[in-house]
Every structure is written in structure tokens, then in C-alpha cells.
Design a protein around this ligand. Sequence first.
Ligand code: FES
Ligand code: FES
Length: 206
Amino acid sequence: MCPRNSLAALPWFHEALPRLDSPPTTAYPRPIMYKHRVIDEPGRRLLRMTVNDSAIEIAVRPHKTLLEVLREDLFLTGTKHGCELGECGTCAILVDGEPVLSCLVLAIACEGKEIRTIEGMADGPELHPLQTTFADLGAAQCGYCTPGFLLTAQALLDENPDPTRQEIKNALAGNLCRCTGYLKIYEAVELAAKRMRNGSDSEAKR
Ligand code: FES
Ligand code: FES
């Protein structure tokens, strides 16, 4: 028997496979439409939280970071994996509306929390104004840093609808971009704020 078949014959091998009611698709569901079952495996802990407006229950290994659980267990790979040291900001998400570096937080510390990732930023087919202005002004090139910038900027605009350029710089100081440069990003945040204040994209474009 080849090693692969030997492994597949072991009962725990099947237990270790992800169990979803339906497999993840290439398009990220919003809200998450599949249910995560509790995997009865020693060492896992049940975690309840809300992710992009969907209440979920998932059994996680306690040493896993929120970043790892989002990407590896929930398949929400829009949250990017960068330095894992709290230095690049690419893993930024919102926890109870506040920007948080998901590489520095244990998932089990998020019991009962409201999590917002980039997959939950648009309202169905309607992009968030920040997403629109980033596209309109070319504020993303490779896009790797963009989810972290967008969610951090969203938290800023939720709290301060009319930030100064310096306030935008301060809010985004923990997010690094290696290819676009920061000017277009600041301008995109300013334009999104203007459009949101005016209540209509088309009006603000005039
Ligand atoms: S991956 Fe979290 S700050 Fe860099
Ligand atoms: S757009 Fe490439 S790192 Fe920011």
C-alpha cells in the first residue's frame, strides 16, 4: 500500500478534513451561507462570533490567530497574510468596528465579537464608496495591501466623516503599500468621504 493510501485508511485522516455543508466556491458568499460544524476533536475550542453579518460557530485550535482562522478555516482569503509581526497592516480587519491586526489576535479572543472582512464591505452588488474611489483614482496596483487600507479607512470615516489629510495619514500610518504610493490612497479616502457626506456619488462627481 502506498503511503498516501495508508494515510487515507486512518480514521483520523477523514476526521481532519474540513466539514462544510457545501464546499466553498470561488465567489465569496456574503453573508456566509454555509454552516461550520463543530469538529469533535481534542484540543479544539468552540468559537462563536459574527463574521460579515453571519453568526457562525466553529471549532478552532486555540493557538490559531484570527488571520489563520479567517483564511484557513473560513476561506475568507481577502484578508492578506503579510509580515505576521504587526508591521505591515495588510491583515487589518474590523473587530466591533475598530481596525485590528488579525495576525496579532488569537481567534479565541474574539468570542462574541463582530468581525468585518473585505468580503463583507460591499453591500451586495453595491461597492462601498471607498472601493469605488480606490478604483476610480487608481489607488491600488497589485492590490495586496488594499483590503487592509479599505477597512482601516472605513473605520476612520465611520468615526470622522470629514477627516483632514493629516488625520487620514495618521489613521493609515500602520498600513504599508509597496507599489501604489500613498498620495492616490489619501486622495481616494478624501473623495470617498466627500461622496459619503454628499450622500450620492453622482452629485459629488460634479
Ligand atoms: S500580517 Fe499582520 S501586520 Fe503584517
Ligand atoms: S497596491 Fe501593491 S502593495 Fe499596495
